[in-house]
Design a protein around this ligand. Structure first.
Ligand code: FES
Length: 67
């Protein structure tokens, strides 16, 4: 099981976190991956400068983010 965590904090919400989660769910359903990928929400990950922050199995996927 792969875990994808999408930030739903205020800044990421404004940048489209809700749309991203919706799109993730669409793709998972279309590809039949609901039992292989767990999608979670998270409060602020402290990485919200560039785009919606997300982690995949603990790896940050936010190319413009700086810590
Ligand atoms: S609000 Fe998303 S990383 Fe801060």
């Amino acid at each position: 099981m792969i875990t994808v965590t999408v930030c739903v904090g205020s800044s990421c919400h404004i940048k489209g976190a809700r749309r991203m989660i919706g799109r993730f769910n669409e793709v998972l359903a279309k590809e039949g991956l609901q039992d292989k990928v767990e999608l979670k929400g998270s409060f602020c990950m402290g990485l919200s400068r560039a785009q919606v922050s997300r982690h995949t199995d603990g790896q940050t996927n936010c190319p413009g983010a700086r810590r």
